[in-house]
Design a binder for this molecule. Structure first.
Ligand code: ADP
Ligand code: MG
Length: 457
């Protein structure tokens, strides 16, 4: 090879690398554009689904990492497991240039830039290196999932002490929640409101909706109730006529109490194929409180495949019984694959009352039903893409009563939507209450499973 050819190759390689390393030219409008010039304080971009909030936040984080050598930043979310398919996937597809080194492989732990800047990745549950020192910048994806103390964990670290960015930036994106949410009440937070028209993949520069925009809006228009208000219109509203007074501060826990492995355990199943199939695992403490510690919440999968997963997830655990919806064929399929079920008590009114009773605070000031955050073993991408609930938890504040002609809630039968985990939960509660004498007085204690079964069927 001649010297000039080698030279030409080196020059070409350099040129290619320079092109590759150039910051991506992205187009921003509205709140996403305004966000790009933010440099300090607490700033949150809020809005309905798919307005480009996450891309805009990541683009700013990437730009600041490039502009400020040795910057220490963090990309965080409530649960680390929720990050790979969402915010980190967007980072990889839209923002990350080839000059950025990823540590941790397919589950990134941090990103390193040629100028020495580092972006750590972590969840409140698995902070990794995120909380190991001072930070110049934190970006919280889906900030509405955090509690105020979670948020303040970061504001105490983003003080400018890290030195690359003065005085430091606390950034978040969020979908709207209830109007009482701390994000709305915190005076330090500047809230930017983003809209679908801001997203250049949905609307062109003249504000005309494009093909992708039509598809997205069709999906969002199909939503109902409070989910539609929040994810289609971006409004901070509570569910009108919510069936349950589920309060995350009271009923949602981040960890199971000590010793739960030795508690009684039962399962509850609600069948579905187009709708999600739900299998819940409940642990019951010695005082009868119920904890949803695991669930399958997946659409488009065959019952026999669910059976295999149920068995493997239950390995090493003693499950007293499984209650299920009555579909004869589906129950037979589960049975054939080794998951025997009892027919659930299905009356809606009685079941809802039983659940309400458990959600209310008992004499000791605590409710008798809890959900463990992150209990869902996998998030179904098909449900997520349709912006439908992906877990029992996400059904809690959208499961609601229909409205009568006078606009008041008709408290007889809830709207038949967002109720798959709600149904399974009702089955579980009725079955557990049966053993306490609250419900099926004659059955004493679920130790007598045989007696229980004979009463049941
Ligand atoms: N500025 C932009 N440039 C190019 N594509 C964008 C932009 N903003 C949004 N998009 C497209 O819209 C999708 C949704 O954006 P995202 O940031 O995930 O929305 P949100 O966080 O508001 O739900 C992205 O996956 C991308 O395809
Ligand atoms: Mg987002």
């Amino acid at each position: 090879m001649t010297l000039s050819l080698v030279f030409a190759q080196v020059v070409t390689a350099r040129a290619l690398q320079m092109v590759a390393n150039r910051p991506p030219k992205m187009k921003f409008r509205g709140a996403a554009l305004a966000l790009q010039s933010v440099r300090d304080g607490e700033v949150v971009i809020s809005g309905p689904s798919e307005t480009g909030k996450t891309i805009a936040a990541l683009a700013l984080v990437d730009r600041l990492a490039r502009e400020n050598p040795k910057l220490r930043g963090a990309i965080v979310r409530k649960m680390r497991v929720d990050m790979d398919a969402t915010v980190l996937d967007i980072f990889k597809r839209h923002i990350q240039r080839p000059d950025v080194t990823v540590f941790g492989g397919s589950k990134p732990e941090w990103y390193e830039y040629p100028n020495g800047s580092i972006l750590y990745v972590g969840g409140m549950d698995r902070p990794g290196r995120v909380l190991s020192g001072s930070l110049d910048l934190v970006y919280v994806n889906q900030a509405e999932e955090l509690s105020l103390p979670d948020w303040e964990t970061f504001t105490t670290r983003v003080t400018g002490r890290a030195g690359a960015l003065q005085p430091g930036l606390m950034l978040g994106d969020c979908n709207p929640g209830p109007p009482t949410h701390w994000l709305k009440a915190r005076p330090q937070i500047a809230m930017l409101e983003s809209r679908h028209e801001d997203n250049p993949a949905l609307y062109d520069d003249d504000g005309q909706i494009m093909e992708q925009g039509r598809r997205t809006m069709t999906v969002l228009d199909a939503l109902t109730g409070v989910r539609k208000e929040r994810l289609r219109f971006g409004r901070w509203v509570s569910a009108e006529g919510a069936v349950y007074a589920f309060d995350p501060a009271l009923h949602l826990i981040d960890e199971m109490p000590l010793g739960w492995q030795n508690w009684r355990k039962v399962r509850a199943v609600d069948f579905g194929y187009t709708n999600p199939f739900v299998c819940q695992w409940w642990a019951i403490d010695p005082d009868g409180r119920m904890y949803l510690y695991r669930e399958i919440y997946v659409s488009g999968r065959l019952v026999e495949d669910h059976a295999e997963q149920i068995k493997s997830l239950s390995m090493g655990e003693q499950i007293e019984y499984t209650v299920a919806d009555h579909d004869a064929e589906d129950r037979a399929t589960l049975e054939r694959h080794g998951v025997t079920t009892l027919k659930a008590k299905k009356e809606i009114g009685v079941g809802i009352q039983a659940v309400e009773k458990r959600l209310a605070k008992a004499g000791d000031g605590r409710p008798r039903l809890f959900i463990l955050r992150g209990a869902t073993v996998e998030i179904d991408p098909a449900l997520r893409d349709r912006h439908l609930p992906t877990s029992t938890l996400e059904e809690e504040d959208v499961y609601s009563w229909p409205k009568g002609a006078d606009g008041k809630s008709l408290k007889e039968i809830p709207i038949d939507a967002n109720n798959h985990g709600m149904d399974a939960k009702r089955y579980a509660v009725r079955s557990v209450d049966a053993g306490t004498g609250d419900d099926w007085g004659a059955v004493s204690g679920l130790g007598h499973v045989e007696e229980f079964k004979s009463k049941w069927q």
